[in-house]
Design a protein around this ligand. Structure first.
Ligand code: GDP
Length: 299
């Protein structure tokens, strides 16, 4: 329903609205806060942890006005985020050759778009980038990546539709090494319905990549669609069991009411968020920094 879609507010809007109507710190305030967090898919456990921490802090510091309480929420969100696991580290560049990044995730989450945007960002930073169309399964996936390649002026290695993705990976790694590329970004097919196939396919890809570059892939990033809220969390758990993931990309955080899922994922899984997608444009990809993200969220 388009009407509902339009009136659905972003996570950020909802939090800020809570403070626009701020009167005092009472039970009603905490009820509204908890409801906002839960309906934004922050997750029950994180919501309670945040709410409890805030109560304690307000008592301790005697915060009364909206601005003070808002600042405490930011502080506590950052605290709880930091306790969630290892600090987020951005994608490190391999100094000895191409940095190989494998993108995994189910269809439609924004893998291809993320690769295109990331390629653009890396290229803007002066790096030599190569793409590989390893999703030989989904109809149109190869052409879509080739389109992105043209758009951002980066070469794409591809094979036949329904061909062996490992053979595409092989050609791409060879080209990346011989052509002195800085980054090789590899798209893959996302078939979570068939876990054994998915795992075998990715394992074979990795073995072939490692013949050429033993430490590669340097990153295996799971791409998740933030608009699916708690479903994104379930997907992350499923993939985490099957594939050796080094980090996450959360897409479509622009305007979604379910953006809080980034905290639920952090709270339940020890996986760093490396990149976030904030739109369909070339510039709509950011290296994720939790503090910056939280400050932007609660302005
Ligand atoms: P893939 O099947 O995982 O490769 O997904 P695609 O890259 O084809 O993306 C699916 C759809 O999501 C496309 O229409 C993209 O334009 C859109 N999309 C991807 N990332 C974002 C994002 O960060 N924000 C928004 N609003 N749309 C996105």
């Amino acid at each position: 329903d388009k009407g509902v879609e339009k009136t659905r507010k972003s996570f950020s809007d909802r939090i800020n609205e809570l403070f626009a109507g701020f009167r005092e710190v009472d039970e009603e305030f905490f009820d509204d806060l908890e409801e906002t967090l839960i309906t934004s898919d922050v997750g029950f456990d994180m919501t309670i942890a945040l709410s409890d921490a805030l109560r304690e802090e307000i008592q301790l510091k005697g915060a009364r006005n909206g601005e003070e309480v808002k600042n405490l929420i930011v502080e506590k969100m950052i605290d709880i985020y930091d306790q969630g696991g290892e600090p987020d580290v951005s994608i490190a560049k391999n100094p000895d050759g191409p940095t190989v990044v494998l993108f995994v995730g189910v269809n439609g989450v924004g893998k291809t778009t993320t690769i295109g945007k990331y390629a653009y960002q890396l290229k803007q930073a002066g790096h030599k980038v190569l793409l590989a169309a390893g999703d030989t399964f989904r109809a149109g996936a190869i052409e879509q990546l080739e389109e992105w390649g043209k758009r951002v002026d980066v070469p794409v290695i591809s094979g036949k539709a329904h061909g062996d993705p490992a053979s595409v990976a092989f050609d791409a790694v060879k080209e990346a090494t011989n052509g002195d590329y800085d980054y090789l970004l590899i798209d893959t097919a996302g078939r979570l319905q068939n876990k054994v196939n998915l795992m075998n396919e990715l394992e074979k890809m990795k073995r072939i990549i490692q013949r050429e570059i033993p430490q590669a892939p340097h990153e295996t990033l799971l791409v998740l669609d933030a608009t699916t809220g708690q479903n994104a969390l379930i997907q992350a758990k499923e993939f985490d069991k099957t594939v050796d993931i080094s980090g996450l990309v959360l897409t479509k955080l622009d305007g979604t009411a379910k953006g809080g899922v980034i905290f639920a994922i952090r709270y339940e899984l020890d996986l760093p968020v490396k990149l976030i997608g904030l739109g369909e444009g070339l510039d709509d990809l950011q290296v994720f920094e939790a503090e910056k993200f939280i400050y932007q969220l609660i302005k």
